[in-house]
Design a protein around this ligand. Sequence first.
Ligand SMILES: [Zn+2]
Length: 409
Amino acid sequence: MVSINLPRLKESLLELAKIGFNPEDKGIYRSGFTDADMEARRWLMELAKQDGFEASMDGAGNVWLGLGELTQPAVVIGSHLDSVPAGGVFDGSLGVMAGLEVLRTVKENKLELTHPLRVLGTSEEEGRFGGMFGVQAVTGDLTPEWILSAHDADGIFLADAMREQGLDPMAALDAAWPAEKMKAYLELHIEQGPVLDTQGIPLGVVEGISGVFKWIVHLKGKADHAGTAPMDMRSDAFMGLADFAHEIQRIIDEVGTDKSRITVGKVELKPGYPHTVPGEAIFTIVGRDMSEDIMEELAEACERALRAIARRHRLRFDYEQVSWLGPSYCTPSVIELMEERAKARDWQFLRMPSGAGHDVQFFTKMTDAGLIFIPSVNGVSHAPDEWSHWHHIEMGTNLLLDCVLEKAR
Ligand SMILES: [Zn+2]
């Protein structure tokens, strides 16, 4: 049985991890369309070209590496190259570099394949501008309106960030692939949760991905002197936010499931001065569930709660829905293939849902698509101390290789 070369994969992964690395907090800073993000993309294309593979960037900033002519539908191996601020070494990067390692292994062993292979390093998956940008360009889900209206939490527009990097935002629409040109899409990713690590299982075969929505909420009251404004005469925006935080568990208990999640992850108070009653609270709400109906109920319940809270505290309430992505399910035949290949190597695996969004979710309606997880140590992710063991990385990449070969022969 052909296997991947772990030292070679390790070297490439650690080389990539230097790009956007901040020695102060040991985190990786490669948010979508930042200089570091673009540097990583150019680095990867150079690396692949040195090995004799095709390498190019499409209009959405996605990197494509290739082996074999596109005379037959391609087997695509993908994940994302961008990171959250202060992110870890393996989130996204693992899947892309494992893809390159599969190409290297196939080439080195001169394996004869019927279908060409492509490695896809997607752009802006992590959500600076709403997330899943590059993959939606490939699956043809982008619209011009979306490209022009998307902006980050600091008010920087996606189109401007792209232009700054020498990309024409509208060219992202040209990145779409026809479904008939793709044979399958396979992804390897770290679990980013504690399940595999806690249970001591080296591999996860993912059955589906929770849907997710993101809002930016504004509560506007009145900034007052913290000493002269009596408590009962304030329009304190922070009090509204605090009340909402207490409503979250009730909302999940009433309309959610054990797979529901609601998170307030970013908060800004204005004017943000210790001696001033905060006149404005701007914060994000991110909600998830495996059912789109439940997601709608969660969103409605959040809106109802915020309206009531705003009345109570004399605040103006409005929100912007930055993104809404429904849940998706991996292809049953790919799930079976992954399980069968894991059994062939005598490896234990767990069939499991994914609470986090991944590029694969957009391919599920376009082609045969599947996702492999490996354990995250202590379940830590989106943080500098995110880690996965090298022997798990080797197993995951070998399982990916086996499935790619099966699909491409
Ligand atoms: Zn990721």
